[in-house]
Unconditional design. Sequence first.
Length: 395
Amino acid sequence: MLGRSLLRMVRSTFGRFLAIFAIIALGTGFFIGLRVAHDAMLVTADDYLSELSFGDFRLVSTLGLTEEDAESFRNEPGVLRAEGSVSTDALFASEGASDMAFHVHTILPDTNRLDVVKGRLPMADDEIVIDATYFGENWIGREVTVSAANDGDTKDLFAQSRFRVVGTVNSPEYINFERGSTKLGSGSVAGFAYVLAGAFDAEYYTEIWLTMADMPPAETDEYKDAAEAMEDGLKERLEERGRIRYASLKAEAEEKIGDAQSEIDDGWTQIADANTEIADARKKLADAAKELRDARKELDNGWAEYADGEAELADAAEELADARKELDDGWAEYNDGLADYEDGKKKYEDGLADYGEGKKKYEDGLAKYEDGLAEYEKGVREYEDGEAEADAALA
């Protein structure tokens, strides 16, 4: 009875029955498809991430990480690989395009390998590959530069300022279309980019990627459980490395402070020495100024004496001119007198000759006179004797 009623209802509403049956069949098929697709997608994702060696943990620290930190994690149980990396957000400029913000990463040897879509991977520090999702093959060969709009720390992080695009890639770090946001520019991220480690000029890593051994397939509950089981231990280890890093940076800073203090102390000593030298120099300068004033005074006196000397020299020159004139007059008088002298001398000599002749004549006459006188006296005596004889005879 019930069966016939159902059969009669189906017959009377056969179209509706078929529609409901189709909806149920479609829903069932869609549900079964989703169940199967989920497992297939998980397998595909795990294969893709495994092929590209996607890291299981990304460790970051506000103080940065070092190669010693990476080596420490390599020695942790269950860690297959630990690779340090540098990443940053940066604005890049390209001809014909406004500044674009990129998440820039280091290409690691064995972790997070890249899937090349067009072109090739970088082989030099000035080469770069960019996001294949948002940049096409036409970008290969173009030059991009680290924009001047970046802050100083970002620009200093790069060893190169110009890069040539050599390929477009997919990265296991970005398995969906979202690229996140940034504090740079408008806040929008144009895509990701990868460069060789030599393109960065950093003394520390910004992150360490860990690949764990014997992990379940990615994106499964087993994987999540395994990751959560390791997470606390890794956090503790990371905090321990952070304390070591802090102590190292503190010791380095204290050493630098000590060196700086020594330099400051040396500087103060140099300043004190310089002040002493300045004081000595000022004293020498004051002495020199006094000597200069004295010298100036002597110079002024010298100039006064020079002026007096010039006046005296002018007077002396005038006197010399007068004396010269007198000398010239004297020489003229001398020459005239010399002529008179020569004439007088000649006359003297002539007179002397005459005197000599006269003297000789005088002497000759004197001799004759004396001879005559002697004869005269003899004659007188003879006369007197004769007179006496005469008188005697007369007597």
